[in-house]
Design a binder for this molecule. Structure first.
Ligand SMILES: C[S@@+](CC[C@H](N)C(=O)[O-])C[C@H]1O[C@@H](n2cnc3c(N)ncnc32)[C@H](O)[C@@H]1O
Length: 315
């Protein structure tokens, strides 16, 4: 065997000469500061292992694993991860035998150029399968190309869910799936409550960014479930949302998921909305959102939400 590391592919730049009008000014710089901090977390294998063992990361891994029950298939072929940050999920997915290409994308240069290679190394990713992409999930230059789109805590940073989901829809092959683990709020939230939260100072901001910021500065949109579903339907997806109730505890464990599986069948195409018990302080990533691009590409859909079809004619 040659004693050389597998080839690392050069970074693709999907933002070359383009300005993403749907991203908030300055939000990528805030992400950059988080990503610089994560360089230290992923400095070696022990640091990476501690990160993956944390409650939040463990929960997110479980959501991605269990999404395969909903899709009725295992991850295979080509995957696009949007808002990948460290790229830990792309790294793990690259090790699956049936996966042959993972596009690991983010709109923060620090993440793509410096952090992702380091994370890939300590997680023993297969670099020859990973295509790093500097790009926004609001502008994806792919058509009918990938089998699966993965989002871990990224979609809720979208300033326009319809635009983002439509771009993902376009990138997917007919019959392809989008799997997202995201925070969400109950539909009973009022607009006033939502607006108040966006304007609120993020209590962790000084630690994360070295300055005081509000949730909206980082595009932290904690959308209501109905907003995710409406945007997904408008983008022509079929929608399978799962809301997990951890009874107010943020502890993520295998039992919670397997009990749901026994109790509900947790089979493909089961719609199982289940709200967090404590809507005042909901947990992160209570939503596992699984979407499918219809096998016929959705072209027969002339639903009012899709924006397809008629326009006014002057007579
Ligand atoms: C909460 S972090 C999640 C990171 C990673 N998926 C994880 O699980 O650790 C959200 C990520 O979305 C990225 N992001 C936000 N808006 C984006 C956009 N318009 N296009 C691409 N990435 C974006 C951020 O840079 C950040 O890395």
């Amino acid at each position: 065997m040659p004693d050389t590391a597998p080839e690392t592919l050069p970074v693709l730049n999907w933002l070359e000469g383009r300005h993403d009008v749907y991203s908030r000014e300055g939000a990528a710089d805030l992400q950059s500061s988080i990503h610089r901090g994560l360089m230290n977390t992923f400095k070696d294998e022990a640091g990476a292992a501690a990160f993956l063992a944390s409650d939040r990361s463990h929960w997110r891994q479980q959501a991605i694993i269990k999404s395969q029950f909903v899709m009725g298939k295992t991850f295979a072929g080509s995957i696009l991860e949007i808002g990948a940050g460290t790229g830990w999920c792309s790294s793990l997915l690259s090790t699956l035998a049936q996966v042959d290409r993972v596009y690991c994308s983010d709109y923060d240069r620090t993440a793509v150029e410096t952090l992702m290679p380091q994370v890939q190394k300590v997680l023993h990713a297969v670099p020859g399968k990973i295509q790093r992409v500097y790009g926004s999930f609001n502008s994806i230059p792919m058509e009918n190309e990938v089998d699966t789109v993965v989002s871990i805590g990224a979609l809720h940073h979208s300033e326009n869910l319809y635009v983002t989901l439509s771009e993902c829809f376009k990138a997917l092959k007919p019959g392809g799936w989008l799997v997202a683990s995201e925070p969400t709020y109950p539909d009973t939230e009022t607009n006033k409550q939502i607006a108040a939260r966006y304007k609120k100072e993020d209590p962790a901001s000084v630690k994360k960014y070295g300055k005081v910021t509000r949730h909206e500065d980082n595009s932290d949109h904690y959308y209501r479930l109905s907003e995710f579903i409406a945007a997904a339907h408008s983008a022509k997806f079929d929608v399978f949302p799962f809301i997990f109730d951890l009874t107010g505890s943020r502890h993520a464990d295998d039992r919670t998921l397997s009990e749901r599986k026994t109790a509900t069948g947790f089979l493909a195409n089961v719609l199982y909305p289940y709200f967090a018990k404590n809507p005042v302080n909901p947990m992160f990533d209570t939503l596992l959102l699984v979407l499918q691009k219809p096998v016929n590409g959705g072209d027969d859909l002339h639903h009012v939400l899709s924006g397809a079809g008629r326009s006014w004619k002057s007579v």
